[in-house]
Design a protein. Structure first.
Length: 202
């Protein structure tokens, strides 16, 4: 396809998209139309990465050439992916929903991979700002704040002190850039033990 024709195709609303969320807890856009411009659409595998901000393709596209021409082989907008991560942390009751936890494991690793690619770029400061105060670190069954997580944790004191899961070691640059420490300090353990004492005394 010629470049002009490709650009034209990207701006015309002709691609079938999901009008309703395929999972009851996936964050979702307010748009309800059943077709959209390719530039506003992501393939189904990006459902949990961008469902709040982009339309999700209601079709399977196997052609690498078509996916490339329509922009679906490129990474999604990383600021939108970071904003989607914030939305995912706001899903209520994740810790009590094992089926949802299983659904989130793969997409969250893809989210971290995408955000790690932004470390060291000008855009990363905006991503940092977006995640300030957000419990964005996935522990496999729930989210935790960066200050409550470290790569080395000598005391099992969740939710106050949590160890980085092995699955997240590959994203160490991202975790450290966003405030996850290599190890907790003495005062952290003192606070955690005091909290545990108060909890058990109550």
């Amino acid at each position: 396809m010629t470049l002009f024709f490709i650009q034209l195709l990207k701006q015309i609303a002709w691609v079938p998209v999901l009008a309703k969320p395929p999972h009851p807890l996936v964050p979702w856009t307010d748009a309800q139309s059943e077709v959209a411009c390719p530039a506003e659409v992501r393939p189904r595998e990006d459902l949990w990465l961008l469902s709040t901000f982009m339309r999700i393709l209601d079709a399977d596209v196997a052609s690498p050439e078509l996916r490339r021409d329509l922009g679906w082989e490129e990474s999604g907008d990383r600021m939108l992916i970071a904003a989607q991560l914030v939305k995912l942390t706001q899903i209520p009751g994740v810790a009590q929903l094992p089926d949802l936890q299983a659904q989130l494991n793969g997409p969250l690793l893809r989210i971290y991979a995408s955000l790690q690619a932004a470390v060291g770029t000008e855009a990363f400061a905006d991503i940092q700002g977006l995640l300030v105060g957000v419990p964005w670190v996935w522990l496999g069954d729930d989210f935790a704040a960066a200050e409550a997580v470290a790569f080395t944790c000598a005391l099992n004191a969740r939710p106050m002190l949590c160890a980085v899961p092995a699955e997240l070691y590959a994203y160490g640059r991202l975790l450290r850039a966003l405030g996850v420490r290599d190890a907790f300090a003495g005062p952290d353990y003192v606070r955690a033990l005091a909290h545990m004492a108060r909890t058990h005394a109550a």
